[in-house]
Design a binder for this molecule. Sequence first.
Ligand code: SAM
Ligand code: SF4
Length: 327
Amino acid sequence: MSAALRDQYGRGIEYLRISVTDKCNFRCLYCMPLEGLQWLPKSDILSYEEIAGIVAQLAPLGLRRLRITGGEPTIRPDLDRLVAMLRLVGEINDISLSTNGVRLPELAGRLRGAGLDRVNMSVDSLRPDRIAAISRRQTGFDPFASAVAAERAGLDPIKINVVVMRGINDDEVCDFARLTLEHAWHVRFIELMPVGDMRELTWEHVVESAEILDRAASVGPLTRTVGPSRGNGPADYYRLEGAPGTIGVITPMTHTYCSSCNRVRLTADGRLRTCLFGDHEVGLRDPYRRGERLEPLFRQALAAKPLEHNLLQMKVGGLRALSQVGG
Ligand code: SAM
Ligand code: SF4
């Protein structure tokens, strides 16, 4: 198999995050305004066949890992059909899903059957009233039941991502940490990023990772550890004594992971973005629909991948919501 294509700074690019929709059944305080966003017209959105066709062209250039994301990917009908198509691309050895988890009890088995390897669930509270208040939807979401459904389906590892917000859910850090004592789940605390149109949240809601770890350490001593066997993204991992699960922190606000960034993103309407932030992107949809080869465009995109971003120097509101760029 070919080695990963390198960008202008020598970073091998082997990981593609694919957004399959910009829509969502949640309205998380930090991600989407209550009234929703300006949704993409249906004709602009890549079909599953087009996504798989694009991946099949890029994979021989070094892609090995895929993540399906959104918006909320599980609201797009028959997502297992896409997973099955992506599974057929020979070079790909890892397919994961980012989801709010609401539909996992009904979908986990089908997705696993189609070839999904693992799942990251976003869970910001373990309390039903808070889940409704943060997601601003009454879905009756039971994160525990969803994680168990994913586990029973054979998805592994199971990662639970928690965006920590001061005064909103920061008092649950210990409850989440305790989950790892009972379950082989990997709880990852994410620093809130003040991006997009977050009217309810400000920089004052950001809780830095050092404080998050201090709180988690009140459950018991934390030791540095390696993360779960697969898909160790940009997180530092710790373990409570005797715990089957791990605790991770993802620190976009206090550290950047840019020097080892190995990823690019495909938006739901087929734009290849080389950095989550900023506007570095190359449209792949129309060239693909015209039957053109994508390799030169991929090379061109990587040649322009920025060295780094600095969120702390960016202004609130100047950046798009993560749901629009396949966060
Ligand atoms: N809907 C899926 C989900 O929630 O997992 C996938 C898309 S969501 C945009 C991907 C991840 O971005 C989630 O873990 C979410 O918590 C995170 N995210 C979105 N906006 C964020 C923000 N402003 N700060 C930190 N994390 C954010
Ligand atoms: Fe939807 Fe995920 Fe954004 Fe929440 S974080 S609004 S679940 S896309």
